[in-house]
Design a protein around this ligand. Structure first.
Ligand SMILES: [Ca+2]
Ligand SMILES: [Ca+2]
Length: 191
């Protein structure tokens, strides 16, 4: 008699678990990210190691990756690093929709190309930067305003921007300020 009760209890518990399982299993299935790898060039040259590539959807940064080999982000091998955009990158409530435009920035400068988000897709891209390096105020040339802005960044008077980091080490220091100053007065040919 006692065994029957135990067996009955186990059955009831098992049935209850089966009843709730599908819902629980469904809600825990993760949405697959969109993975991106490819090539990155800055003014026709491979992007140097240390350059940071960021991905934006609807004005929100959703992922970033550092260039490790010149001109490359990630790889297509199963264990290679990739730029990974989660569908819920900016909140569960506002999931990235399939086909949403992905904009890329190369060390803070806009890339010329965009891509489309696809859950579970692995994209190979080639992105290029032809935006003028050092033109932080966006007037189409490197001028004294840009030079002073980088100088202010280097001493912490204004917030650092990747665009002011010409050494690709992720920080804006005196050397970066000196570099844009030298470029501005024509002492060096390129930033
Ligand atoms: Ca400028
Ligand atoms: Ca730097």
């Amino acid at each position: 008699m006692r065994n029957r009760i135990i067996i009955a209890s186990i059955l009831i518990i098992a049935l209850a678990m089966i009843a709730v399982l599908p819902a629980a299993a469904l809600s825990s299935i993760p949405t697959l990210p969109c993975e991106i790898s490819g090539t990155v060039t800055i003014n026709g040259e491979p992007a140097p190691p240390g350059a940071i590539v960021t991905a934006f959807v609807a004005g929100n940064e959703v992922a970033r990756i550092i260039v490790r080999e010149p001109g490359m982000i990630g790889g297509s091998g199963p264990f290679d690093e990739r730029l990974i955009i989660q569908q819920s990158a900016y909140g569960e409530e506002r999931e990235i929709q399939p086909g949403a435009e992905i904009a890329f920035f190369i060390h803070g400068y806009p890339a010329d190309e965009t891509a489309r988000f696809g859950s579970g897709e692995s994209l190979r891209i080639s992105i290029t930067q032809t935006a003028l390096k050092g033109d932080l105020n966006g007037n189409g040339r490197v001028d004294i305003g840009d030079v002073s802005r980088v100088a202010y960044m280097s001493v912490g008077l204004v917030e650092e921007e990747l665009r002011g980091d010409f050494s690709y080490d992720g920080r804006v220091q005196a050397a970066d300020a000196a570099r844009i100053a030298y470029f501005y007065v024509g002492k060096i040919p390129a930033l």
